[in-house]
Design a protein around this ligand. Structure first.
Ligand code: AVJ
Length: 312
């Protein structure tokens, strides 16, 4: 793991246009800062998706048209209890299902399992730790229909081609009749999007700069955090939020474990993240490109966000 981290950091910081992957934001500190982001009122995504799953559980479950029992497989579940309201609805209505949260973090799965068992003592939960696709492979052998969940706008971190590739892999691991519920952030007033990502509290800045602290710690580097800033912008034409770390001076950074010295110029950018926003026609196009059909878009009342239900 540290090995691919090292390789990716070296590739990104020696590229013509520097970049670091947002997947590396989520070390223990980064995950904590992300919780802070989700708690900010400006970061409307969390509340909007919570509203959808609280207010429309019945509509979502009815739209599945599943026989019982069935599986709910959540990819990248984390410890955030995102699906709590949906699970609660199912248990309150004596619907027979098994919940399979998947995450790469053992700690996140332990926390999630403990919390759910405490609040929903009757839940049939089978957490899995590891790579999505290794675990998803067994879905094809299940006798029961499955609902895959990929929530929280995580798909927005992937460029079009990579998103199609990932969704195609989901598709290949689904049986006929299985469904996918995909959390996607919608295009809206650009100012709301700007405020969610360029927050005035500086939490998102800390979230980004934490990646440099992680490189300092894990790869024995000497990034001076005060010599860097954060910048992001939303382009309403493309629906893309792009986030960057900015070098505030001409400087050299020594990354001992990579045996590398990185030159950064005044104002030079390190691209860290893409957070893509969609409109409904783009959702249809993405579904089609990855061999899915859109069954229904479940939106919050302000139409900020959609949990888009797809079928093969
Ligand atoms: C967890 C990837 C969906 O892109 O909105 C939040 C991460 N980045 N603020 C997103 C994030 C900056 C988030 N995702």
């Amino acid at each position: 793991m540290t090995n691919t981290f090292a390789k990716d950091v070296l590739a990104g910081l020696t590229a013509e246009k520097k970049y670091l992957s947002s997947k590396y934001f989520y070390d223990d500190n980064g995950s904590r800062i992300f919780q802070e982001i989700m708690n900010m009122p400006e970061y409307y995504l969390t509340d909007a998706e919570f509203e959808i799953l609280s207010m429309q559980s019945k509509q979502i479950i009815d739209a599945l048209n599943f026989s019982q029992p069935f599986n709910i497989i959540e990819l990248g579940a984390g410890d955030g209890l995102k699906t709590f309201k949906l699970l609660e609805y199912l248990l309150n209505n004596n619907i027979d299902f098994k919940y399979v949260p998947i995450d790469i973090s053992q700690e996140a799965m332990d926390i999630l399992t403990a919390r759910l068992k405490e609040r929903l003592p009757n839940i049939n939960i089978r957490p899995k730790v590891g790579d999505y696709f290794e675990i998803l492979k067994v879905n094809k052998e299940s006798d029961y229909p499955s609902l895959l969940l990929f929530l929280g706008s995580n798909i927005g971190n992937y460029k079009q081609e990579r998103a199609v590739e990932l969704l195609g892999l989901f598709n290949e691991n689904m049986k006929d009749g299985d469904k996918l519920l995909l959390g996607m952030d919608l295009k809206k007033n650009p100012i709301s999007i700007h405020n969610a990502y360029f927050d005035k509290h500086g939490v998102t800045k800390r979230f980004n700069l934490n990646l440099l602290l992680r490189i300092n710690r894990e790869l024995d580097a000497d990034f001076k955090i005060d010599d860097f800033d954060f910048y992001c912008h939303y382009n309403p034409d493309t629906g893309e939020v792009k986030s960057y770390i900015v070098s505030l001076r001409n400087q050299k950074v020594h990354i001992k474990k990579l045996d590398a010295i990185i030159d950064l110029g005044y104002g030079e950018l390190i691209w860290t993240e893409l957070s893509k926003k969609y409109d409904v026609p783009e959702i249809e196009d993405l579904a089609m490109a990855s061999n899915f059909k859109v069954n229904h878009n479940f939106m919050d009342c302000k139409h900020l966000f959609t949990d888009s239900l797809w079928e093969k």
